[in-house]
Each structure stands twice: as C-alpha cells, then as structure tokens.
Design a binder for this molecule. Sequence first.
Ligand code: UDP
Ligand code: MG
Length: 312
Amino acid sequence: MQPKLLSLIVPVYYEEEVLPESYRRMDAVMRSIGIPYEIIYVNDGSRDGTMKILRELAKAHPEVKVYSFSRNFGHQLAVTCGMDHAKGDALIIIDVDLQDPPELIPEMVKLWQNGADIVYGKRLKRKGETLFKKLTASIYYRVLSSMSAYPIPLDTGDFRLIDRKVADVFLKMRESARFLRGMSAWMGFEAVPIEYVREERAAGHTKYTLKKMLSLAADGILNFSSTPIELPLYFGILLGIVGVLGMIAMIVCTAVFGSACPQWLWLAVGFSLLLAVLFCFVGIQGFYLGRMYDELKDRPLYIVAETLNAEE
Ligand code: UDP
Ligand code: MG
C-alpha cells in the first residue's frame, strides 16, 4: 500500500540562524521521496526571530505546520507535541540543526517500506562536539544500557523514523518525565539501525545546556532502571553477611582467647547488623516505591504489533 503521508517533526529552540537553511535542505529531501509530507515545527519557547521565520514558512507552504509553546518545555516534550499532532503513516524525528543529515531520510523510508517499524540513527562518529560531551555521552549510553531492563541501543539519539502503530503507542504513554529513546526500547517492535556520522551544527550553538543534559540523563536512568532503588537492599544484605561473619569470628575468638579477645569489637558487629536491618527495610520500601511509580506511569499493559484473522 502506498503511504499517504509522511510527517517530519522538528523541535526548535532559538534557532533563527539555522532554520532557513534547515528548511531548504529538509524540504528538498522530503520532496524527492515522492510521498506527500508535512513538516511539523514545534517552537519550544524561543523568543528570538524563530517564530517570524516559521510564520513566513507556514504562510508560503501549506505543508509546514507550526506549534508554538508558551514557554520552554524541553526538547522531549517538543517532540511529543509533534507526535501528538502528526497525521503521517510514518513519523520522522530530526533536530533542526542539520547534525542528523536529512539526506538519510529516503533510505529510512525505504527500510520502513520494507517492513521496519522503527529505523533509528546510530552515530558512528560525532563531529564538532567537545571532548567532554563525546566522553560523557559515550559513558552514559553504556552505563544506561547496562542498567536498563530493556535494551537501549548504544550511541543513538532521537533521530529516527517510527511507523504509525509505534506513534500510536507513544500517544498512549503520557508519563511526564519523558525519555523517548527508552520508551521506544520499552515498546519493542522491529527496530533497524541506520549508521551515520553526526555532523557539526550548521549554525548556532547547542541548546542542550549541561543542566538539561543532566536532567535528561537522570530521566533515562530513573525511568528505565530500578537499580538505584534496589541498591540499599543489596547493601543491607552485604552488611548483614559481614555482621554475621564478624559475630562468628568473635564467638570463636572469645572461645579460644577468652578475655584477650578485644570485646569492644562486639560493638562493631552489633552496629553492622543493626544497619543491615535498616538498609534492608529502606531497600524494600524502594521496591514498593518503584511499583507505585510504574503504576502511576499508567503505560499500556501490552502492545499488539500484528493481528491475524482477528480484530485489532
Ligand atoms: N531543543 C528544544 N528545546 C530545548 C533544547 C533544544 O526544542 O530546550 C531542540 C533544538 O532546537 C534542536 C534539538 O532540540 O533542534 C537538539 O538540540 P541541540 O542541537 O541544541 O542539542 P545537541 O545536538 O547539542 O545535543
Ligand atoms: Mg544538535
């Protein structure tokens, strides 16, 4: 079946310098595919000339749709707004700054037409980013994927194409701390990587401040890993073992050496056993909290990817 519409979702935050060139390149690529398309810009509270440019674009091109936030809600929510309003059979999420080459989109569309539900960009190399950013990103992706209960692909950002059925699941997930890559990994579906070199920003500077990056990093770990809340329990168990071993050592020591054995060590044994009990209870509370958090997220209980001889 020939797809009827493709939706390109582009979050924008103080991007007047790059926006005109970005539109030109993205529009040329979308036009070359030969499937009708819409370009959805979400202005995430920019107060520079961004809106002026978007107004002109929307006026001149009916396929350009613009949603403008009342303030800065952050990149992940800007993308979410785009997904909420996209009408396409496939949605493509891309940064405005041309770091993710729009020229890859036709190939992504081809992979999608060949059956992939998700086509995600995997960065082979990152150009023009500070060593600090490259290093922290690389370490973070690895820590996250080792902690996450669902496999989050390494070195992958939000540049991706998703099928309509994947987008529909996103619409059902209304958790407010959003880490889209993790949500995508949680959902499953057939995900195919497409490798690329992440380019330098075409103009302007990064809008992801250290604070925003840390907050996104925290969302990734807190939303997709229960390791942090399980730690106190494990620590408590470890401390308990140490306490019990200490107690045995003290009993043996006292039996062999009598009062020559330093009796004050009993204090250390008692102390670690007491702390062990305390840590275990804190850990157990963590498990309850984690469950409450999961319930609050109110995610779909399951996701059907395909049905045969059956109603959807
Ligand atoms: N962005 C946004 N809201 C923000 C920060 C960034 O919508 O609060 C947009 C930005 O305009 C760009 C994309 O998110 O299209 C990625 O941001 P940026 O390129 O600054 O991040 P980096 O590539 O440096 O991680
Ligand atoms: Mg960028």
